[in-house]
Design a protein around this ligand. Structure first.
Ligand code: ZN
Ligand code: ZN
Length: 242
């Protein structure tokens, strides 16, 4: 599997290309766009033809994780006249996000996701786990070719990546804050992300969803100390094999 970071800015866009949450997961002919946060659709189009997408996953209905679905809708529906792209999202997302469009038409095939649900997209197996975050929010496990990615989505500390079992090849964890400044406990600090990944015996840890006000070098240092190995910072255009 190959993971491309389309955007990694937490909650609001950072200057200079700092798109919000968006990740492209590819394995063979299968392409899954995980979270379509603001600013990620332009980046996605630099890596692939959106007509070739296999599915979209929306982990939750905070705008920094979902609003570029509108641009995709316009392109698929009116530009390409293409129907039926599977979208995996919390129950009710079709209706709530749909209040900003007259109708989705048949552009998307909406699949409601719940805790413990599984789905197969092409050659990629997906599993979902409800995290510790106010709107229904689902972390994603993606498995293909014997390799395993866990993406935390947004979460507070009362959910951990070990919900998917130990030994993931790569954990892509939110790390909104530094540990000495946690304004609200619906997100993780880099320290908490590192501890959780270490306890779940993750092989690699990539930190994402940093608030733009957070010093990324401090976050990497804090996360690395807690994880016990050097962690990687998710930045747009980072491409890594899993
Ligand atoms: Zn977020
Ligand atoms: Zn959120």
């Amino acid at each position: 599997m190959e993971l491309t970071i389309l955007g990694s800015s937490g909650s609001y866009g950072a200057p200079f290309g700092g798109a919000c949450s968006g990740y492209l997961l590819r394995e063979g002919d299968t392409s899954v766009w995980m979270d379509c946060g603001n600013g990620t659709f332009p980046v996605l189009q630099q890596y692939m033809d959106p007509a070739e997408l296999s599915a979209v996953v929306i982990t939750h209905e905070h705008p920094d994780h979902c609003v570029d679905i509108y641009g995709l809708h316009v392109l698929l529906r009116y530009g390409l006249e293409q129907d039926g792209l599977p979208v995996f999202a919390p129950a009710g997302a079709e209706e709530r996000l749909g209040t900003l469009v007259a109708s989705w038409g048949d552009t998307f095939e909406w699949n409601a996701v719940d805790d413990g649900d599984k789905a197969r997209v092409g050659t990629v197996d997906l599993r979902f786990s409800r995290t510790d975050h106010p709107p229904p929010t689902f972390a994603v496990e993606a498995t293909a070719g014997g390799r395993r990615l866990v993406y935390t989505a947004d979460t507070g500390p009362r959910w951990s990546v070990d919900a998917f079992g130990s030994g993931a090849d790569l954990v892509l964890s939110e790390a909104s804050y530094l540990h000495d400044n946690i304004p609200i406990d619906i997100h993780l600090s880099a320290h908490q992300a590192g501890v959780a990944a270490r306890e779940a015996r993750a092989h690699r840890l990539v930190l994402t969803h940093l608030w733009p006000q957070v010093d990324p070098e401090a976050s990497v240092a804090e996360g690395s100390e807690a994880f016990g190995e050097r962690v990687t910072l998710a930045v747009p255009h980072l491409v890594t094999e899993i």
